[in-house]
Design a protein around this ligand. Structure first.
Ligand SMILES: C[S@@+](CC[C@H](N)C(=O)[O-])C[C@H]1O[C@@H](n2cnc3c(N)ncnc32)[C@H](O)[C@@H]1O
Length: 335
């Protein structure tokens, strides 16, 4: 899947929606929690502060792909004026707890639309004066989405967004984690080997079972296979430019193995399956980021698309955070 494909319409749309739903259901605040505490970094915040300064109290805003409300929470903190309404749309099931943490006067203006693809916006024609999107539009900017934007944007509406960039630090990190996740999950990989070893470790609490294990060559083979793959995992961590996912998974697996004797085999295997499912979701998200991040040709394609829906002033910029290239910024005005 690449930019310009409406992912919601693609065959894996449901799997993606489920993966994002599980992600937001964990209460994560935005899609890059490993790199930033909240509201991304200084350049991202500066871009949005400038946009918020242009808002007026009559504006009717739309946020596409809102996730767990990172942008609206920042508006709560930094917006000098709040728009009259904000429709926040996302394909995923959303955790709405964050709404309870923003000012009631802003909360009253927010209408959250979970399980709502951008290709079918529940909004009237020409009803939106401000469109926002933060690291989201690139995931679903297909023809039907542009058509919907053309329909709901008022004749003088503004669109402001930040999008993933192909050459960015985040895209490189995602690319590396995508390869790592695939290796961790592969047959014969660390998760498989840990699962094979778990029943033997769970015998440790019982002396009779321990004696039985000592006499069983399959136990030694399972340990040997696990040790070999873990040596490979250590080597990969040492050589990696982005070792976090490998390291976190290694730690998670070790915790499960260490608890196996007290916990028993079946609950330990369940815990490992939870870890596997999280890793599988992670793999899907990072692979999607890599596939959707825009190169220069991609952002130029968006500019042409925006011209076709009547945007005359289009400004494209770069967002860099922590000395790394991060994303594209874009502001477009209709009319
Ligand atoms: C990288 S996250 C960004 C979330 C949020 N804007 C942030 O900055 O934390 C991309 C979001 O796009 C949503 N998404 C993916 N496809 C979509 C679609 N077709 N329509 C609406 N939202 C979609 C995902 O569910 C996810 O929440």
């Amino acid at each position: 899947m690449g930019p310009g494909v409406n992912a919601a319409d693609s065959q894996d749309g449901d799997a993606r929606a489920r993966a994002w739903s599980r992600y937001w259901g964990r209460g994560v605040r935005h899609s890059c929690p490993g790199s930033f505490h909240d509201h991304y970094g200084a350049a991202t915040q500066a871009f949005w502060r400038e946009r918020f300064a242009q808002l007026n109290a009559e504006d009717r805003a739309l946020e596409l792909g809102c996730g767990n409300g990172s942008l609206i929470r920042y508006l709560d903190r930094a917006g000098p004026v709040w728009p009259a309404s904000i429709d926040a749309v996302d394909l995923a099931e959303l955790d709405s707890q964050w709404l309870g943490q923003i000012a009631p006067a802003l909360r009253d203006r927010v209408r959250l639309h979970p399980r709502t693809p951008a290709a079918t916006l529940p909004l009237a024609d020409a009803s939106v004066t401000q469109v926002f999107s933060q690291y989201a539009l690139e995931y679903f900017a297909g023809e039907s989405c542009w058509r919907e934007l053309a329909r709901v944007m008022s004749p003088r509406a503004t669109l402001a967004l930040i999008a993933h960039r192909r050459e960015s630090h985040l895209a490189h990190l995602a690319e590396s984690e995508s390869v790592d996740a695939q290796w961790l999950l592969a047959p014969g990989g660390p998760l498989d080997r840990a699962e094979a070893l778990l029943p033997w470790l769970a015998m440790s609490a019982d002396p009779a079972a321990r004696a039985q294990r000592a006499a069983d060559p399959r136990a030694a083979a399972a340990r040997q296979a696990f040790n070999a793959v873990y040596a490979e995992l250590d080597a990969r961590i040492a050589a990696a430019a982005f070792p976090d996912l490998l390291r976190e998974t290694a730690d998670g697996v070790m915790r499960i193995l260490q608890a196996a004797a007290g916990r028993g085999a079946a609950p330990s295997i369940d815990a490992l399956r939870v870890l596997r499912a999280e890793l599988e979701d992670n793999r899907l998200r990072v692979a999607e980021l890599v596939a959707c991040a825009l190169d220069r040709e991609g952002i130029e394609r968006w500019q042409r698309q925006l011209q076709q829906i009547g945007c005359t002033q289009i400004e494209v910029g770069e967002i860099s955070e922590q000395n790394h290239l991060f994303g594209w910024s874009l502001v477009a005005r209709r009319g």
